[in-house]
Design a protein around this ligand. Structure first.
Ligand code: OGA
Ligand code: MN
Length: 205
């Protein structure tokens, strides 16, 4: 396997050209393997200590209804309290957003990210990421943290574009980037292992 980190600008261009030409962009090794490992360990620690919870918990949260749609548990990243790895993640993201804004006039001026833990057998059914209550979400951005993920592990993301189903495995360091209000997608079951990621949204507020 090629473990070198491609030049940053090339990664940014891959992400941007991808969504312009086919509705989603992807790139590999968005962060150094050591940073990915640190983020993965942080996620696992949060999970073990019970600090993750089903998404959308709140006044109108219906656990049963939620569980039929998605089974992950999440924890929002707090930029003000970021550890070393999280800081490196946010710094690179800031450079990406600057590049995106200056080349595509996207006007992104905010973002939010959460860790996500999909226990074996859980999924997130086909959906769009922009809800009525989330008008600001422009782009979805997911980075995967799964070491040594095998094709037979499952857990792909499906991106549905013009009646085609493109599947990508959640391998460590891979990023998937798409328009939040346009690209329907789905997370498939990984029957035998937990599936770890950071998912987030670039916003225009
Ligand atoms: C989401 C989502 C995709 C993935 O969190 O909204 O669709 O591959 N995640 O984890
Ligand atoms: Mn989604």
């Amino acid at each position: 396997m090629n473990n070198t980190v491609p030049p940053e600008l090339e990664q940014f261009e891959n992400l941007i050209n991808g969504f312009m030409e086919q509705g989603f962009g992807t790139c590999e090794h968005f962060l150094e393997p050591a940073v990915i490992n640190g983020l993965r360990n942080k996620l696992l620690k949060l999970h073990e200590s019970g600090e993750m919870h089903p998404a959308g918990i709140g006044k109108n949260f219906d656990y049963k209804k939620n569980a039929e749609i998605r089974g992950d548990v999440i924890r929002w990243l707090d930029e003000g309290n970021a550890d070393e790895q999280e800081q490196l993640f946010f710094e690179k993201l800031d450079r990406f957003v600057n590049h995106l804004n200056s080349t595509c006039y996207t006007g992104i001026n905010g973002y939010e990210f959460h860790y996500a833990y999909y226990a074996p057998g859980s999924f997130y059914k086909r959906h769009l990421d922009r809800f009525r209550s989330d008008k600001g979400r422009q782009f979805s951005f997911v980075i995967y943290l799964n070491d040594n993920w095998q094709e037979t592990d499952g857990g792909e993301i499906s991106l549905y574009l013009e009646n085609t189903d493109t599947r990508l495995a959640p391998v460590a360091g891979r990023v998937v980037f798409f328009k939040s209000d346009e690209t329907e997608h789905e997370v498939h079951v990984a029957p035998g292992r937990a599936r770890l990621s950071i998912a987030g949204w670039l916003k225009k507020l």
